[in-house]
Design a binder for this molecule. Sequence first.
Ligand code: FE2
Ligand code: FE2
Length: 327
Amino acid sequence: MSLTAEHPQAPSTPLRGDLSQTAVLLELEPVVEANLNRHLSAAKEWFPHAYVPWSEGRDFDGPLDGEAWEVGQSRLDETTRTSLILNLLTEDNLPSYHHEIATLFGRDGAWGTWVHRWTAEEGRHGIAIRDYLLATRAVDPVELERARMTHMSQGYVSPNSHHPINSIAYVSFQELATRISHRNTGAYSGDKVCDQLLQKVANDENLHMVFYRNLLGAAFELAPDQSMRAVVDVVKNFQMPGAGVENFGRKSVQMAVAGIYNLRIHRDEVLNPVLRNVRIFERTDLGPEGERAREELVEIMDALDGAAARFEEKVAARKAREAARRA
Ligand SMILES: [Fe+2]
Ligand SMILES: [Fe+2]
């Protein structure tokens, strides 16, 4: 498991009795329909324009002959800007995500309705964050546009699209990771307007997580061993969808040190709550293959705990050194 390094995911060998892609999609369709209805009644309509302080905006240099951007115009600190840019570029790659899930889940019936609705909701996130960043002159607009072009030109290919259960497991964790990353960026920013906007985005991500997590729960009821194997594969090879962004490593270390998103958060606030919700550690319906996979998962979670503790010690030591230097 790595949040920064590149580890291509090798699909595990299918178990005997594994459900095919088509069988899983068919079996889960009623669950999708029920959760789509739950989602639609829980999701509250909101408008990105209402969260952007337009009165702070002014023309940029170029055809409108306005004022060129410079860093002093932003009231946000560098870490907040880095985090907002990384989160925005991640949202920007939506056409690729749509392609991945539309190809895997299909565009018909309840699955198709979900795919389109989800895409429309995600589209709001990039719009809202970009408008906020430009109106408040928080980031270099030229650099941002170039980064978007580079990132979207690469596209995104999911390492979990070989099977819907793997994909459902991945997005259950990923939506929660995105929720926490947005929410913590808002809190860290110290800016009320930024925080208010990112809380709104984070609420959407939370509802997406609940949808996928409920599907994952249903997949466990349907195929416990296969689902357990899928979860282990996903946890072991987890990468944020923005991992292809330029300088992702440097950016994610900065966010990790700031406590916006790091291994401790990933293990305790993203992996663990989803695993517990689908009763991973209490299940009594596993066969020998599933039991083996669960044992592997326990080892992975323990190793993550150790790695997170080492990271926390390093950050604490660094902060102590900095405090001593300032004294
Ligand atoms: Fe989003
Ligand atoms: Fe989402």
